[in-house]
Ligand binder design. Structure first.
Ligand code: XMP
Length: 515
């Protein structure tokens, strides 16, 4: 049985939480897909879904142009769960009434529930939930009953068990609804009858089969960066097609301390993957001589990467496929809150500039997965924690962290400071609490005193942020003693640095990187 057959489809009404809903369903071992809210019922039917979840969204059903699903979804004979806006829209379409609430409800509430044919199985009689809405259902559609209420909300959950239509006013997908995962699990298992068959083990089997079918005896090339996505993609493809995969690692001299060695050890020595490491430090540093403008740096590094990669690919003979570690959030079509699907498909950073004349098809075996799923896949495939849990690292590498001119000596200084920063974060057990930690070497000198002498040396800035998806970020609150240790070590152990600053800028208005 194909574990991805009969998925749960999440129709996205523009909620930031749609991805969370899809992830919770997958955590319940059922495959889920996110599709735009206006996906045609006939297209949905073709997918033979086990159930459909209508997500929340920022709109109100009374707004002009408010997003509505294809009414045909109600005739598919498939169970439906509406969440927040999702329940308003279906209640409204099925003849109920939705009105602005006297008071906008936002925050924690408690539901008391009645039996909903398994929907609330195992849920505490009084359970905490997270509410966030301006509208309320004031009259139920025919055939529906209330199955939960809160102090302020008579219809906190509604059901038509005969048709297997359910709706909740609260958000079961967020952490502030502690038993929310169980409610979603009940919907997919008890109501939709899905078996628990989707996990990383089953994903590996399906993915390997599909890579073999797509690639056959053809050749695949994959650019490795040392990051988790390209690493996991490479190891997965290697499992499927062995030596028909060749990996290329461009050592541009802008990597972190020990990175080229790690890539070599993991991929060549441990996994026995065909790996071509191209030493290109001189080429990159020559081209960066005298360049201080961030955009010119980025473009120079990007252009050289493509040139080096292409030259190597040409040497290898014709490659049919280019493998990329593109993830699901990069491919989900996002919808605009006001209706018409804006359908912006983000292009992946690294795909950007590869020239069309290389004439390769893309192979993206991770395009169904979320980041945390890629990490568990990496573990499943035997990649070391050091790669699986690696913080994101930008394509232009230390080039955009060496503010001002990029020279071999300054890179060396930055690399040492960066290694100490990361080492102390790991020793303090904080590495996984932080989205990304980085050091920038500033184009400033400062006076210091060391031993008996006065110094006039470089200044570095330390940055560590928490984030969900790098779109927004907050600076990480270090315990002071950890910051002190980091600063002491950097200023004492790294030649040419005599001052360390800690960056307390959030994003926005700052960005994560400095350049
Ligand atoms: P910013 O600095 O814009 O970065 O807040 C958001 C995330 O993207 C990474 N980043 C890059 N990744 N090529 C990449 O592959 C780039 O040019 C690039 N610039 C920024 C950054 O490290 C952060 O995770």
């Amino acid at each position: 049985m194909n574990p991805e057959a009969n998925p749960i489809v999440v129709l996205d009404f523009g909620a930031q939480y749609s991805k969370l809903i899809a992830r919770r369903v997958r955590e319940a071992k059922v495959f889920s897909l996110i599709l735009p809210f206006n996906t045609k019922a006939s297209d949905l039917k073709a997918l033979a879904p086990s159930g459909i979840i209508l997500s929340g969204g920022p709109a109100s059903v009374h707004e002009k142009g408010a997003p509505v699903p294809d009414p045909g979804i109600f005739d598919l004979g498939v169970p439906i769960l509406g969440i927040c806006y999702g329940v308003h829209v279906f209640a409204h379409m099925l003849g109920g009434k939705v009105e602005p609430a006297a008071k906008r409800e936002y925050g924690i509430a408690h539901i008391e529930h009645r039996d909903g044919a398994g929907f609330f199985k195992g849920i505490d009689e009084r359970a905490q939930v997270w509410m966030s809405h301006g509208d309320l259902i004031s009259k139920l559609p025919d055939g529906f009953t209330a199955i939960a209420q809160t102090e302020n909300c008579e219809y906190a959950a509604i059901a038509n068990p005969g048709r297997k239509f359910y709706g909740v006013q609260f958000h079961p997908e967020v952490v502030h609804t502690p038993q929310g995962p169980r409610i979603l699990s009940n919907f997919v298992h008890e109501v939709c009858g899905c078996p628990s068959v989707w996990d990383m083990g089953s994903f590996v089997d399906v993915a390997i089969e599909s890579i073999r079918t797509t690639v056959g005896e053809k050749k695949v090339i994959c650019g490795l960066s040392g990051g988790v996505d390209s690493s996991v993609a490479a190891v997965l493809i290697h499992r499927a097609i062995g030596d028909n995969l060749t990996c290329v690692f461009v050592d541009n001299g802008l990597m972190r301390k020990g990175e080229p060695e790690l890539v070599d050890e993991v991929f060549r020595e441990h996994f026995h993957i065909r790996l071509h490491t191209i030493p290109a430090e001189d080429l990159f540093l020559d081209a960066l001589k005298g360049v201080t403008d961030p955009e010119i740096k980025r473009k120079t590094i990007g252009r050289l990467f493509i040139e080096v990669f292409e030259a190597e690919a040409t040497k290898l003979g014709h490659m049919d496929f280019l493998a990329q570690g593109t993830l699901y959030p990069d491919v989900i079509e996002s919808v605009s809150a006001t209706g018409g699907p804006s359908a912006t498909i983000k292009s992946h950073h690294n795909v950007g500039g590869l020239p069309a004349h290389m004439n390769m098809k893309l192979l993206e075996p991770l395009r169904e997965l979320f980041k945390d799923e890629v990490r568990s896949l990496g573990k499943e495939l035997g990649l070391p924690d050091e790669i699986v849990w690696r913080h994101p690292f930008p394509g232009p590498g230390l080039g955009v962290r060496c503010i001002g001119e990029v020279t071999k000596e300054r890179l060396e200084t930055l690399r040492e400071a960066d290694a100490i920063f990361i080492d102390e974060i790991k020793k303090a057990g904080l590495y996984r609490d932080i989205w990304q930690a980085l050091v920038c070497l500033l184009p400033v000198r400062s006076v210091g005193v060391q031993g008996d002498g006065r110094t006039y040396e470089e200044v570095c800035s330390l940055r560590a942020v928490t984030s969900e998806d790098a779109m927004t970020a907050d600076w990480f609150r270090f315990p002071p003693d950890v910051l002190q240790r980091i600063s002491n070590r950097i200023c004492n152990e790294v030649r040419h640095i005599n001052r360390a600053l800690y960056d307390v800028t959030s994003k926005p208005p700052g960005t994560i990187e400095w350049e």
